[in-house]
Design a protein around this ligand. Structure first.
Ligand SMILES: [Zn+2]
Ligand SMILES: [Zn+2]
Length: 274
């Protein structure tokens, strides 16, 4: 009985106070920094409608959260000195060798690969250079603006790099008009974009001239997708990287490749704007 009384007495202090964290402004990668007592704990970012947290050392916490505060709270609890240190979270093994082509959080499925190839072809036409792997339509993608690149270089300015949502860039309802019309602060005026795109966007080639031999026929595309599916299921990072390099690596025939992939998977190119 006395033990119970002691327990009751101690109960209020047994629940640790929530650690106070501060959430900073979104950075170029679409991440919100989380600080505790002035010390950087890590970052939280939106992912397909949920929020995930990454420690400053790059460890992704396994939980998905409904909002940014919940994600920040789990980071703060993980690192709060008053909270017993939990066991290292068991994150699923991810294949990261191809992260520059396809975000490691996206499975290398045919659907994701074809979407990525279509997006990459459109980026070439819109004079954006991807600086990271395709992240899916509704996530931020780190891109470099090529439309103003030469103008900036002439004025001793570094290239403009920043995160954009692919779902905004591709246009809505299949109209193919990128939004916003103003590419970013400090870019060329909208009236000069069409001419700049003609000059700086890659001139599309009907056939791939690269040593990697990117597929531009439906037959070649279909064969590569089949092999890639097997490599993904077998978790073979070397094979997967080599295959994704052919499917998603930079190529002056990126539009022909995207069309071949769409045809190989039975999607009419004209109807697929994503
Ligand atoms: Zn620009
Ligand atoms: Zn090529």
């Amino acid at each position: 009985m006395s033990a119970l009384i002691t327990l009751d007495h101690n109960e209020p202090s047994a629940a640790p106070a929530e650690p106070a964290y501060t959430l900073g402004d979104v950075d170029a990668l679409g991440r919100y920094p989380v600080h505790l007592n002035g010390e950087l704990l890590g970052y939280v970012s939106r992912w397909h409608g949920t929020w995930s947290a990454v420690t400053r050392t790059g460890l992704t916490l396994p939980e998905r959260h409904p909002d940014r505060d919940a994600a920040a709270r789990s980071l703060a609890q993980l690192t709060d000195p008053h909270t017993p240190a939990p066991a290292a979270p068991s994150t699923p093994q991810r294949l990261t060798a191809h992260a520059h082509l396809l975000d490691p959080a996206l499975s290398a499925t045919t659907r994701n690969i074809v979407s990525a190839a279509v997006a990459l072809a459109r980026l070439d036409e819109l004079a954006w250079l991807p600086l990271a792997g395709y992240p899916g339509a509704d996530n931020r993608w780190l891109l470099r603006c090529l439309a103003c690149n030469e103008f900036r270089a002439l004025n001793d300015l570094s290239p403009w790099d920043g995160a954009r949502f692919w779902s905004h860039l591709r246009g809505r309802n299949g109209d193919n008009i990128p939004r916003p019309l103003i590419r970013h602060e400090g870019c060329l005026p909208v009236s000069e974009h069409a001419d700049a795109l003609k000059v700086f966007a890659r001139a599309p080639k009907p056939v791939c001239p690269c040593p990697e031999s990117h597929p531009t026929s439906p037959q070649a595309a279909r064969a590569l997708l089949t092999t890639t599916g097997a490599a993904w299921r077998q978790r073979d990072p070397d094979a997967l990287t080599a295959l994704l390099t052919r499917l998603l690596g930079p190529c002056p025939a990126s539009r022909a490749r995207a069309t071949a992939l769409l045809t190989a998977t039975g999607k009419p190119p004209a109807l697929t704007a994503n």
